[in-house]
Write a protein that binds this ligand. Structure first.
Ligand code: ADP
Ligand code: MG
Length: 642
């Protein structure tokens, strides 16, 4: 039985039925194991087309091709890849080595796809290179060695998986006579060693090295010198047995290393791809961190009193003209409210206007009564000195804190601490200065214990109102109702009104949540744009690397191998982009934190997790499409691109 047998094989490029578009006309040819066949003919006569069909790089448009008795039309693309990988070796006119792999890596490639362990692969590749006199160049890249040496490397690659048939398309075409002769004698030796060799050439001198010459003209065989008696060749297992897939060793690791090589050898492209992901990830992580920090900062600035509090004031509303006369909010209410379980604390409010005098300066100011630590609990802070103490309150001490603006006005540059000011006609010792966290127009202001304001300035025993701090877990509206009921019972009439800032805070925080969701959405869109960028570059890279894909397929990579390679590449690049993006986001957060005393964003587990996950899926999704595209290319179309 013939090893290779074509039966009335035609090949037509494209759908055009025109005579000129037909490259092969019903070719029948059978080649036995152990033959050395030269296919000769003029340029354009169909030699390469014939060889590509014999080598399973291309498929016939009509007729049948049997390889060791197996009808190739019935083989799946994966089977054909396995056949190319295990049984066929290719040598091309232009060598077709992968430029970013070293000589030894190029040689070892077919075995990599076949799952041979790395050590064994290296040893065998090195042995083959040695046998072909290029061992000293095994770490060189194809661009660093001569054409003759490149062709020897290509021969070694063809032998890597012990190919039974070597196909050579114009193997000497790009070489000078000496190197051409050398390659030719290698082919002769291989044939003597039992390999079947099919060589295409347009040069009759080269062809004369073969044992059989087949001449092609316009897609037809016009002459065949015929089979000569072959020496006995050793028996091989049938092809159908040879195409069982082997179990892979460290499959993913090998492919990961392979894709690292490819990423490193296309640095600019890899950087640009990673940049898209980098921007997207950084945008997502920063926006999550900043919006969280903004919410925290709002909550902090607003203060406990605002976020979880409500205010009881006397009168029907702010404009009630009778309010001044109402005296019903007293220490009794304070105690009654304090005992409610959902109330954390109750602070009375009492204030008045007075003239403040210090030496020759005087100014009209608002005097605010405060409870213990009253400044700390407000939206202001103590700049110098100390806050109101519990002793100050219980003793109605003659002490006051002064707002920094008012301080400037009265004291200029002299230290106010320990100085005595006259508030109306009551002397108060300045124990501290107060700076508002929120800037804005402010009245002149001075703060004193509420007992001092009540007893010493106003001579009253009631309050203007109360600020009630609530347990944050308690429903603010229900709290408001309970407080209202309690006060109504004790006052008998509704001579007070309640402003529920806790309730408005709750709805405000909801708005903040919506706002940060919107910010997150925008960031997600930027990640999507980054992802599309990744896809673009991967697509371009598929086009740019078509040749490489063709070579890989010719040496036996399956579609799945190619998909995996591209996928691992894009996921690796995306991961690098993500890590860099997260690092950048962390730096930006630290910078914002350093520059602003309001915002302190930091990368949370949430932002790292979300952006990491999104990015990983981006890599997979956007790497998938180009990878599919790459894997679907036929080896011969891929190889013929320049
Ligand atoms: P040779 O190798 O003998 O020079 P080829 O097999 O490359 O010839 O080409 C045979 C014929 O098929 C030529 O007319 C060529 O133009 C045509 N041909 C080869 N490859 C393609 C292709 N991919 N698409 C269309 N026509 C092609
Ligand atoms: Mg050709």
């Amino acid at each position: 039985m013939a090893l290779l047998e074509l039966r009335k094989v035609t090949k037509q490029y494209g759908a055009d039925e025109h005579e000129d578009a037909i490259a092969l006309h019903e070719i029948s040819l059978s080649i036995d194991e152990g033959e050395f066949v030269a296919i000769i003919g003029a340029s354009g006569s169909g030699k390469s087309t014939l060889l590509n069909i014999l080598g399973c790089l291309d498929s016939p448009s009509g007729g049948q091709y049997f390889l060791d008795g197996v009808d190739t039309a019935l083989a799946t693309p994966n089977h054909l890849a396995l056949i190319r990988r295990r049984l066929l070796g290719f040598i091309f006119q232009r060598y077709h080595l992968i430029p970013e792999l070293t000589a030894i890596e190029n040689v070892a490639l077919p075995a990599l796809y076949d799952g041979m362990p790395a050590r064994e692969r290296k040893a065998k590749a090195s042995r083959l290179l040695q046998g072909l006199d290029v061992a000293h160049k095994h770490l060189s890249f194809p661009s660093q060695i001569s054409g003759g040496q490149q062709q020897r490397v290509a021969v070694a690659r063809a032998l890597m998986n012990d190919a039974r048939v070597i196909f050579a398309d114009e193997p000497t075409g790009a070489l000078d006579t000496t190197n051409g002769q050398a390659v030719l004698s290698i082919l002769t030796d291989l044939n003597r060693a039992g390999h079947t060799v099919v060589m295409v050439t347009h040069n009759p001198d080269i062809a004369s090295a073969a044992t059989r010459i087949v001449e092609v003209q316009d897609g037809r065989i016009v002459r065949d010198s015929g089979k000569v008696n072959q020496p006995e060749v050793k028996a091989h297992a049938p092809i159908s047995q040879a195409v069982q897939p082997r179990v892979f060793q460290n499959y993913l690791l090998q492919f990961f290393l392979l894709s690292l090589r490819s990423i490193l050898s296309h640095r600019l492209r890899s950087y640009l791809t990673a940049l898209g992901v980098f921007i997207g990830t950084a945008a997502v992580a920063i926006s999550i961190a900043v919006s969280q920090a903004a919410q925290d900062s709002i909550a902090q600035n607003a203060g406990e009193l605002f976020t979880n509090s409500l205010r009881v004031s006397k009168g029907k509303d702010w404009n009630d003209p009778q309010a001044a006369a109402i005296q019903s909010i007293t220490a009794r209410d304070l105690q009654a409210l304090s005992s409610l379980p959902f109330i954390r604390s109750v602070t009375p409010t009492v204030d008045t206007e007075r003239r403040i005098r210090y030496r020759q300066h005087d100014v009209q100011a608002r005097v605010e009564g405060l409870d213990v630590q009253g400044i700390a609990r407000s939206d202001s802070k103590v700049e110098l000195g100390r806050d109101i103490s519990s002793h100050d309150v219980s003793a109605a001490a003659n002490v006051a804190l002064i707002e920094v603006g008012t301080q400037d006005f009265l004291f200029g540059h002299t230290d106010p601490l320990g100085q005595v000011v006259l508030v109306g006609d009551v002397p108060l010792v300045i124990i501290g200065t107060v700076k508002s966290k929120t800037t804005g127009l402010q009245n002149n202001r001075i703060y004193a214990p509420y007992t001092t304001v009540q007893n010493k300035l106003l001579g009253i025993s009631h309050f203007d109102g109360m600020t009630v701090s609530l347990d944050p877990k308690f429903d603010p509206l229900l709290a408001e109702k309970n407080i209202q009921d309690l006060l109504l019972r004790s006052h008998g009439i509704k001579d007070f009104f309640i402003i529920n800032t806790a309730a408005s805070w709750a709805s405000f925080s909801q708005i903040a949540v919506i706002a940060s969701a919107a910010l997150g959405g925008i960031a997600a869109i930027s990640l999507l744009v980054g992802g599309i960028g990744v896809m673009n570059i991967m697509l371009v890279s598929v086009v740019e690397r078509t040749k490489e894909i063709g070579i890989r397929k010719a040496v036996g990579a399956t579609a799945a191998d190619i998909v995996l390679q591209f996928l691992i590449e894009s996921v690796t690049i995306c991961l690098m982009g993500t890590l860099a993006g997260l690092l950048f986001a962390a730096i930006v957060c630290a910078m914002i934190s350093g520059l602003s005393d309001q915002l302190h964003p930091s990368l949370s587990l949430l932002s790292v997790g979300v952006s990491g996950l999104i990015c990983f899926s981006t890599g997979v999704i956007f790497g998938w499409l180009p990878a599919r595209l790459a894997s679907g290319l036929s080896p011969v179309t891929a190889l013929s691109t320049e």
